[in-house]
Design a protein around this ligand. Sequence first.
Ligand code: SF4
Ligand code: SF4
Ligand code: FES
Length: 310
Amino acid sequence: MSSEHVDGREAPPLTETIAPGTATDPDVKSEDAATVSIDGVEVEVPEGSTVIEAIEAVETAGNVPALCYYDRDSSQAEKIGPRSECRTCMVETEEHGMVPSCSFPAEDGLSVSTDAEAATEARDVNLDLVLSDHNLRCTTCGKNGRCELQDASIDNDVEEPRYGVFDDREAYEPLDDSSDFIQIDRNKCILCNRCVEACNDVQVEGVLRMEGSGQDTRIGFQNGAETMEDSTCVSCGHCVTVCPTGSLVEQDIADAATIPLPGFSQKNSIGKSLESSGKETKGPMTRMKSDEPKDLTSEARTEENPGDWL
Ligand code: SF4
Ligand code: SF4
Ligand code: FES
């Protein structure tokens, strides 16, 4: 998160300059099945649950976004986070005070309040902090209408983020439009690390990494490339499917959900973009691990299905 002053607005508070790593976070789940009280409603959750899973099991009074948390519905989600990076999921507990619900174990007997004033305020401040580092141009964004950050902002009645948005800083990174399959707009990245873990821990391709520190933290490539085209990306698209914002978008539908404003597009709204050099045509897209046939052994996969889409 940045702390630059924005004219006419309150400056965001300083945060630590700790760069998120790339490894999967350690398990922080409950060791046993547990009964937890959420806003006074008791719910039983299985072993291995976190507080957010208990919250999701009941109707809660407070709206609890969880922007860097990847939904556990998919079998591979176990390998993605929780990163505990954005703190938009804070709730109050009687036993431990304020905790991030995405990564706090659902301990037996825990009493959670989602609508305690301090918790609501913490979530609001943290959501505004995320937005302060974000290019909030939904109308020209490829994730318009299917964006978790947009949903959280709408659900929490954000009208004007108190710390402004990234636009105010005139410090855009160029849009990386060099790949045929995936477009990267780092000005929309919330550093949740989901893409890095999907790439490294689920796909095991080892293409992406977090690089830099503090305000300069960004997603980058393990081979040191500056563009997607020059990276070792195999175009499986798994990173795109887990990205909660318009930072990673499928090229084919990059403009599908944008509002047609003559002369405005995702690309020229940023102003600068990195284009393909045209020097090399990459092969067809590689399957995502989740799309691989389940009844094939890895041997059979190697012989009969080299892993290409087409
Ligand atoms: S990623 Fe795109 S759709 Fe989502 S909040 Fe940002 S600009 Fe809006
Ligand atoms: S590109 Fe998307 S998935 Fe990756 S860190 Fe940024 S917001 Fe998260
Ligand atoms: S969702 Fe819990 S810290 Fe981001």
